[in-house]
Structures are given as structure tokens and as C-alpha cells.
Design a protein around this ligand. Structure first.
Ligand SMILES: [Ca+2]
Ligand SMILES: [Ca+2]
Ligand SMILES: [Ca+2]
Ligand SMILES: [Ca+2]
Length: 310
């Protein structure tokens, strides 16, 4: 893994700086999240290594190229997704990460919560069927965050149930293999919904599904293509669109990769991008203002390179 940073934009200095590589012999997965976890006004990276047999989570400072913290290795599994939120209420963002399930082995995927600032493990879940992504949200407005995980067999929600100190499974739904999921209030009613991309068994006609905060299925849209990752389109409107990385085409025709914007409520297509060189992996698209002109544009990475739209 390397970090790319763009220096302050001027017409004369259109420069990208690239860090040293961290770690070696890594599998193809990746997971990172930018956060100033220790409130020193310098952003760190929460990252999950994809070392095939000894993945770990770390807080990395790319300014000084040092790991400020590193977890023990994760049960012979790779870390595949990380996010951050203050789970223990001490004001410092904590790391929430998930690991791959070992295929056919005894171990499953696990959810970890690390208090990186105090360098302690807050909680580790029991094993799950291969997880894909993890989010946090306060689904029931009780002031405590829940953890929402997409897995190969559905969705799991963990919540706090005092006096139990850790997290307990609050709701699960068995559905298709969840490729990606996000939790957001996109219809503007102040209650978050859960959006998923789910595969059928042949992985050729994925669906966009919407669940309410109790995991009741509200809407399902067959996409007719493979879909690999899901994002919220930034806009000034209260009702937002979703962005989906799609792949379609049947051998021997080369497959076509596009970004589709769809209406989050109806699933209807709003626009789609020109063909892209590759699919967009999980957590690899965001809106960024790289020119400092106050206008955000889509920045994303594919299996074929990194891109910035204008
Ligand atoms: Ca910091
Ligand atoms: Ca915390
Ligand atoms: Ca809650
Ligand atoms: Ca809502």
C-alpha cells in the first residue's frame, strides 16, 4: 500500500507525491480510512493490511511514514474494510474493522473495535460468514451507534444492550451475498436506511436493495449487471442519488465498466458514465476538491488506475 498526496494546486505545480510502500507480500485487498484519531490536527490512516495469513489493523502517519499503532495479527485472515466512529464516547475516533473469512476453514469473518488512542481492543464479534463491508449508524436514535455488516449470506446489525458490556446481534436478515452496503438517510426523513448491492448465485444480475432501520426489505431493483461498490452522490438536494460501479458483458465480448447514478428510492437510472478502465473496488470513490476552488469532483480508483473528473 502507498499513499498519494497532491500538493496544493497551482497551474505550475500539478504534482502528486507518493509515499514509501508499507508492507510486502500483500494480497490484493485493501482497506483504509482517513481520520485524525488523536486530535493533533494531522490526519492519520486507519488501515487494514491484506497480508494473506497475518493481516492486522494499524494507524499510520504518512507525514512521518510511521505506524503509530498496530494490532496483533488477525487470526490468519486479511483485513478487508475499516471505518471509524467514537464507539466508547471518549471523544476519540475508534477503528471498526472486519476480516475475511477463511474459505472452507474453521474461522469466519470477525468485527473488531479498537480504541486506537488508548491502544486497547474494545470488542471482537463471534465469527460471521465472509463479510464484505462495515458501517456504523445510530439506527434507533438512542444516541449509541450500531454496527452494520454485509456478509456472504446477508446483513447483521450489532447494538449495545446494557448491562452487557459488548455488542450483541440485534437483527439479521438472510438474503443474497452482500457486495457492498451503506447506511444513510437519503429520503430526508431523519431516519437512516440501509442500501445494499446483492448478488444472485451466478453473480450476473445483482440487485440494489433498500431496507429500513429494522432490516425490513422496502425496495429491490434488479440491475441486470454485476455491481461491485456503492456510494452516495453528493448534491445540494435533500434526496440523493446512489452511485454504483457496474460491469456487464458476456464472454467473449469484453466487459464494460461504468458508474451508474440511480434514484435511491426508485432505483431508476439517472445517468451513467462513459466506459471506465476497470471496476471500482469497495471504498474507492469520493468527492474531493483537489483544485481548492470550492467545487468537488469525483475521484476514484479502478483496477486500471486512479482518476479525477472535472
Ligand atoms: Ca492525528
Ligand atoms: Ca473512542
Ligand atoms: Ca442506536
Ligand atoms: Ca430516511
Amino acid at each position: 500500500m502507498r499513499a498519494c498526496a497532491r500538493s496544493h494546486w497551482t497551474p505550475a505545480s500539478n504534482q502528486i507525491t507518493v509515499s514509501d510502500q508499507i508492507g510486502t507480500n500483500w494480497a490484493n485487498g485493501h482497506a483504509f480510512d482517513v481520520v485524525d484519531y488523536d486530535h493533533d490536527n494531522i490526519d492519520e490512516l486507519f488501515l487494514g493490511s491484506a497480508d494473506t495469513y497475518s493481516g492486522y489493523f494499524a494507524a499510520y502517519d504518512f507525514n512521518s511514514n510511521t505506524a503509530e499503532w498496530q494490532s496483533p495479527s488477525n487470526d490468519f485472515a486479511s483485513a478487508i474494510a475499516v471505518t471509524h466512529a467514537d464507539m466508547n464516547g471518549d471523544g476519540y475516533p475508534d477503528l471498526i474493522g472486519i476480516t475475511t473469512g477463511s474459505s472452507g476453514g474453521s474461522g469466519g469473518s470477525y468485527v473488531y473495535i479498537y480504541d486506537v488512542h488508548a491502544q486497547t481492543l474494545i470488542w471482537k464479534s463471534t465469527g460471521l460468514s465472509a463479510a464484505s463491508n462495515v458501517r456504523t449508524a445510530d439506527l434507533d436514535h438512542d444516541g449509541k451507534l450500531e454496527i452494520i455488516v454485509g456478509t456472504q449470506t446477508g446483513i447483521v446489525i450489532y447494538g449495545k444492550h446494557p448491562p452487557v458490556s459488548g455488542y450483541l446481534q440485534r437483527a439479521t436478515v438472510n438474503t443474497g451475498a452482500v457486495q457492498d452496503l451503506l447506511v444513510a438517510d437519503l429520503d430526508g426523513d431523519n431516519v437512516p436506511e440501509i442500501y445494499t448491492l446483492e448478488s444472485d448465485s451466478y453473480m450476473s444480475n445483482d440487485s440494489l436493495k433498500r431496507y429500513d432501520s429494522d432490516l425490513q426489505l422496502v425496495h429491490s431493483t434488479p440491475l441486470g449487471v454485476q455491481a461491485s461498490s456503492l456510494y452516495v452522490e453528493e448534491s445540494a438536494f435533500m434526496r440523493k442519488n446512489l452511485l454504483i460501479s457496474t460491469t456487464h458483458g458476456t464472454y467473449p465480448t469484453p466487459s464494460t465498466n461504468e458508474i451508474w447514478a440511480v434514484d435511491a428510492q426508485s432505483g431508476a437510472e439517472v445517468w451513467h458514465s462513459p466506459a471506465l478502465p476497470g471496476t471500482i473496488p469497495l471504498n474507492s470513490l469520493q468527492y474531493a476538491d483537489l483544485h481548492g476552488d470550492g467545487k468537488k469532483a469525483i475521484s476514484f480508483a479502478t483496477s486500471g488506475g486512479m482518476f479525477y473528473t472535472r
